[in-house]
Write a protein that binds this ligand. Sequence first.
Ligand code: MCA
Ligand code: AMP
Length: 509
Amino acid sequence: MMANPLFDSLWGIHSGKNTPFLRLTNQEVISHGKFLEVSTQVANALVQYGLVAGDRIAIQVTKSPEALALFAACVQAGIVFVPLNTAYTVEELAYFIEDSGARLIVCDEANEFELAKLAKTLGSRVVTLNADGSGTLLDVARTLPAISMTIERSPDDLAALLYTSGTTGRSKGAMLTHNNLLSNAKTLAREWRFTKTDVLLHALPIFHLHGLFVAINVMLISGGSIVFLPKFDLEQIIDELPNVSSIMGVPTFYTRLLHDERLTRDLTKHIRLFVSGSAPLLLETFVNFEVRTGHRILERYGMTETNMNTSNPYDGERRAGTVGLPLPGVEVKITKPNSNTTITTGEIGQIEVRGPNVFKGYWQMPEKTAAEFRDDGFFITGDLGRIDEDGYVHIIGRSRDLIISGGYNIYPKEIECVLDSQPSVMESAVIGVPDVDLGETVVGLIVPKKGKTPNIEEIKSALAKTLAKFKHPRKIRIIDELPRNAMGKVQKNILRNTYKESFLNSEKI
Ligand code: MCA
Ligand code: AMP
């Protein structure tokens, strides 16, 4: 039996190999063997900092090979990886760092001063890792031997804590185990037919499950290589498409490509697989993409808490508007809202899932965990959907109040709290409206206090201080009152209908 199956299956198998792993935009190629060497040095640095298996490490750094090596180092040393969106403000970071109890914070030098103040109050320590790989972490790591110190881990041990915002109250840390990640990587690599000849175009951020675990782990386990772009940049994507065999992206990637006339059959003729997920792929995008390129995008469905649950088939019919069939080993069922009764008639209900991919629970939140799991292990996703007569899963909506903008989840409550705390604001509602580029975009509706005129500039600076930029309403409108039902609940569906058209052509705030 292997001591650390996740580490051995993703990286151990590549030990000493000169095969290419990452190609960077400057054309530098990092081999699997070299990557493993650096990550082993980083693992040794983590041990030198006094971290032991089970400790958490909070990371807010720019995408780089070294940032990826840090993930490999954590798996090797049994340390729990807590990646954080690079857009988060210090106020947002404070919560994640405190809640996770991170003993070490890794950040860009530019944020070191602010985070060191925070670390002091929390009894943790800060080291730096900049976009170019420089910083104190690698300064220390490079002085250490690349001698493996792989720590034994059992399948149920934690590999990562990924924070997902809550509909109400605090963000929750989803506890992902070694086996959650390993089982999903194996399944996806097999289902999507990845082999060592594949080259993946990687333009997603690596602080989310999609860019980190789906994309990277699948390539590691199959032994393929990655063209590693810092972010989605249309020019770079167009340049690289002829050099790769596959791409994984959010729907915005595909709508942006479709807006460029250079997207043709010829440009994509070497590609065998386009995968989409994290947000609904519009039927129109699926159809137009096939017309332009001849490729049917493979849409799949996942969640931070569950990794990937369903996928359209590689060989069979990729059915537009569906997220495909349950992956092998994953059970998906539909239940009546607010009940545990399974629906088998193809009607809409709550999507529930069970399998080795499903997380262990929310970090230090036993009540929330219990509320979202059935006794028999099914997890209630919060998505609404149905299963058709051929077994394809259709996502119809969400029971949670959630906006998905360009693949980022945004919880209105968080923004409403900031708007409501403004002295001139009596109450507010935040909604998502359709957006051609991002799928949905955030709109804030404000009801002023009697006799007050809200100052939009002041509101914008309050938002800037508190919340990451991608959460800010693109538009804010002052209205007289919020529509409520008989129970006093704000009727967001009415607001979405009322404001979806009128905002399409209005000015940004
Ligand atoms: C950037 N901005 C955004 C977003 N991204 N605003 C709203 N929604 C966004 N998604 C803002 C920035 O704050 C900035 O504001 C301006 O847009 C331009 O920033 P830039 O970085 O240049 O953005 P971009 O290149 O246009 O990025 C759009 C993007 C990116 C490519 C769609 O957001 C992206 O890579 N999204 C992928 C997210 C992802 O990986 N999600 C997976 C979650 P200003 O200009 O005003 O300063 S995991 C998940 O959902 C589950 C597990 C699953 O199923 O996968
Ligand atoms: P996150 O919390 O960031 O992991 O986002 C997970 C949520 O994204 C899911 O619960 C769904 O609501 C949504 N999602 C992911 N993939 C898809 C998809 N292919 N179609 C529709 N929604 C999706």
